[in-house]
Unconditional design. Structure first.
Ligand SMILES: [Zn+2]
Length: 404
């Protein structure tokens, strides 16, 4: 048996309740962050389209200094300069992802639709005795510490945001050490609509409690919103209602998925999932499908970064593998398997639960891939490690920015 410890960055998110002054300061900061991001994006786009010039982070940083000296943009000096610099770094990352063909061309942040947030690095906040005070503020934030930070943890980056439902959130990125102890199990996972997931062990994982009822509420709130006149006060109210129901669904789901992925990663050394990235080829615009797709993406992201933390392997197998039609006992292939068939009997006599059988086949396919070595692993970077680390550690905070 081997055991290793691994240093990771973990984000801890909490709600907080700003004073009116703090709320005003943050709203101002969010506005300036959005403006600086948009100005820099416009400058970079113009330089590229008109002159085929690439403008890098350092150049936009110099632009920011110049903007602050103009009369029209002098108000940028009133907020902490760190979130503004971070906005330029985020734009740099967006460009790097674009040039690496990982993302589309960056888009402008809109006042109504974009996430309101500001990122502070160590020079722009003070954390002492569990009290967090941001630059340009006299008083610490009134944070609801719903779970403790790890012992001795010190945040290296603090992100403050306000969601569409109007709630204030603060995320603290901390250094943590995880002991990697190998686990004995391996598991295959089938994604479904009725139950959230089915495991090769036969276990069915249900959707979060109340989700069905919340979905019905969300559908009702959305219908209600669509009937309201544009620009009216009632429409604004209806939109907030939609945002609140949505926030409740995503909160419950995140909580549910955190518990689930932690358990799966603790118990299993190898976890095999279906690669559902191609599922979007089958367009289905129902609300249930949209939510279940979002849940699956979130599940996979969490699973991958936690697997990375704990030294586990996540293998994604091709979606078009005939996992439902293949008998996991004898290997015979059934002719047809319409979606409404939930149990079936193979010629060998084995009675299968459709989803459990699929999960077992997924596990077997993944273990076969694993045994063949890295060369035939699914061609997705995030199948192993890579991308989750980016999520956990906002680039530019601790590393230098490569020059384009
Ligand atoms: Zn069989």
């Amino acid at each position: 048996m081997w055991a290793m410890s691994r240093a990771v960055k973990r984000a801890f998110k909490y709600r907080f309740y700003p004073s009116p002054e703090q709320a005003a300061e943050l709203a101002r900061t969010f506005g300036c962050v959005r403006l600086v991001y948009n100005l820099a994006l416009a400058a970079r786009t113009e330089a590229w389209t008109l002159r085929q010039e690439r403008v890098n982070y350092n150049a936009t940083s110099a632009m920011l200094t110049a903007w602050k000296k103009t009369e029209e943009l002098a108000f940028l000096n009133e907020v902490s300069s760190v979130p503004l610099q971070q906005a330029l770094r985020h734009l740099q990352v967006a460009y790097m992802n674009f040039f690496a063909k990982r993302a589309k061309y960056p888009t402008f942040k809109s006042k109504k639709k974009s996430r309101k947030s500001a990122e502070y690095t160590t020079s722009a906040f003070r954390y002492r005795d569990g009290r967090l005070t941001l630059a340009k503020m006299d008083q610490p934030l009134d944070i609801v510490w719903s779970r403790p930070l790890p012992d001795g943890a010190t945040p290296s980056t603090v992100t403050v945001s306000q969601d569409a439902a109007g709630r204030w959130l603060v995320s603290l990125l901390c250094d943590d050490v995880i002991e990697q102890v190998p686990a004995s199990g391996s598991v295959g996972i089938d994604a479904g609509l009725d139950s959230l997931l089915t495991l090769s062990t036969g276990e069915k994982v249900a959707n979060p409690k109340h989700e069905r009822r919340d979905r019905a509420r969300l559908a009702r709130a959305q219908r209600n919103l669509s009937k309201k006149e544009k620009g009216s006060a009632n429409r604004a109210k209806a939109r907030l209602k939609v945002a609140r129901v949505h926030a409740r669904i995503t909160d419950r789901r995140r909580d549910h998925l955190h518990k689930l992925t932690t358990r799966l990663v603790r118990e299993n050394q190898t976890i095999v999932i279906e690669d559902l990235t191609v599922r979007n080829m089958v367009k289905n615009h129902t609300l249930a499908r949209a939510i279940s797709d979002a849940a699956w993406r979130q599940f996979r992201t969490m699973l991958e970064y936690k697997a990375d933390w704990y030294g586990r392997e996540v293998i994604a197998v091709d979606r078009w593998y005939p996992s439902s039609k293949l008998c996991s006992a004898c290997g015979a292939l059934a002719d047809k398997m319409p979606l409404n068939v939930r149990t079936w009997t193979c010629r060998c006599g084995t009675v299968h639960d459709r989803d459990v059988n699929a999960a077992r086949n997924i596990l077997a396919a993944g273990l076969a891939v694993s045994a063949c070595g890295a060369g035939v692993r699914p061609q997705r970077e995030s199948s192993r490690t890579g991308r989750p680390a980016v999520k956990q550690e906002p680039p530019g905070v601790t590393q230098g920015i490569p020059v384009l």
